[in-house]
Structure formats: C-alpha cells, structure tokens
Design a protein around this ligand. Sequence first.
Ligand code: HEM
Length: 256
Amino acid sequence: MRWVEAIGRDIERNPTGDSEIHEEARAAAAELGGYTDTMVASRRAQRSSGRMAGDDVLGRLVALQNVAHLRLEERRLREVLLGLLVAGVEPIAASISLALGELIDRPGALQVARAAAASGDDDKLWAVLREALRFSPPRLMLARSCGQSHHLAQGTADEVVVPAGATVVVATAAAAFDPARVDEPEHFRVDRPEHPDFLFGEGPHACVARHVATAAVREACKALLGHEFHLSGPLRRDGGRPISFPVGLAPLRAAG
Ligand code: HEM
C-alpha cells in the first residue's frame, strides 16, 4: 500500500509536477517492480516444472504469457500488475472503508443499508453506498492536461478559455455538492437518483471497470453489514485516503 500510495499521489495529486513527489513515485515503482518480478519468476518456475502457475490473477497472467498476440512479456506484465494495484485494488479498498465509515455516523442510513444487504436488494444497497461515497469520495479530483485551446461553459457567465498546455484540475468532490447538479446536496438521501458520475468519471475516460468495482465494493460491504461492527481504532488517512480502518466485529443481533 505504501508503494501504491506514492504512485497514486504522483498520478492524481501532483498537478504541478512536484519533483520530490515524482521521485518518490519512481522509487516506489522500482521497488514494486522488483517485488512483482520475483513473484512472476517463481510462478514461471512453478509452471516450467509442470505445475499450475496458480489460480489467481498472477497465475492466470503468467499462464497467458504463452498466448502470442497478447504480448504479455515481462515488462508488460509488470505494468499490468502495477496498474491493477493502483487503479483497481486501492480505490476498491478505499471505497469500502470510506462508505462504511460514513454510514457508521449515520444510523438511519446504516439501517437502510443493513436491510438492503439482508434482503439481497443490491440496487438499494448500492444507492446508499453511492450516496455515502458522494460525501466521502475515494478521489477528490482529476487532473488533465489541455491538448488544444478550449472554451469551457461557452455562452454562460462562467465561460473561460483554457489555453493549450494548461493543467486542468477537475474538483469532482466539490462538484458532487453543486446545487445546480445535485438536488439538496447537503442532504444524505438513500433514494437519490443516479447522478452525473462523480465517482467513476464521465466521458471517454470514465472508469473501464466501474461495473466490476461496483460489485466488489457492494459485496464486501454486504459481508460486513451482516455483522455488528464498530471502529476499534481511529480511521487513519493520508491525504484524504484511508490507510487503516480497524473494525471490531460481532454477529448481528436479530431484530426485536
Ligand atoms: C471503487 C473503485 C474505483 C473507482 C472509484 C474508480 C474511479 C475511476 C475514475 C474516477 C476514473 C476516471 C479517471 C480520469 O478521468 O482521469 C477511472 C479510470 C480508470 N479506471 Fe477506475 N475506479 C475504480 C476501480 C477500478 C478497477 C477495479 C480497475 C481495473 C481493474 C480500474 C481501471 C481504470 C482504468 C484503466 C481507467 C482509465 C480509463 C481511461 O483513461 O480510459 N478502475 N477510475
């Protein structure tokens, strides 16, 4: 997680290209690459001695190295693993912690989530979790480099020209509380209609794995919502991201 955090910080929270943050990310990528190279080598050795490479993501990728057109040579495999950890595993883990952390402070919404989880109402459960993540998003902003000069909000009072080469920071966490986009944004509503997507992005670069990620976050929360849980330590954050979320579990008492 330390490696992933350093790399994520450089990608997502370094719009001015701070060299110290960038160097930390490079060092982390090198360490992480060394670690995954060792794991890949051991799985390949397993495979060449006639055993399976393992029935997990790494094992399957190593097995796929023999498929010619996939071009999963060592360097590419390293990139895929790094990408999966940074773009996939970390935001899923963060979203689970953040959504439940938000619900712990909202007993009414927590109750609705528990009932939806118990009755297998996935749509209802996701609506509550999505709203919790609007209040506690795993990503606060997205950064873009403007390829060519562009008029934003043309013809409105907010019109602005973004020159080519400018870095644009899109404050998605703030946009999620814009009354022009979200009805009564300060209210936590368990029945909010699907809103413009502040969680997974919009447009050609929206999250490619949004459906997988939704299922992963929802199923993990569903498993926890079947228990009585409380924070057994502080929810620790680094730059807004949860890095530790210790919960104590007890079986859920039957109602009444
Ligand atoms: C709850 C979990 C996740 C959240 C909140 C999330 C959020 C996002 C957001 C906001 C973007 C848009 C970034 C931008 O516009 O700059 C994005 C893009 C992306 N995500 Fe996710 N993501 C999640 C899980 C995953 C997983 C599990 C994977 C892969 C297994 C993944 C792969 C990607 C990729 C490859 C892109 C880039 C798409 C492109 O540039 O065309 N994400 N994600």
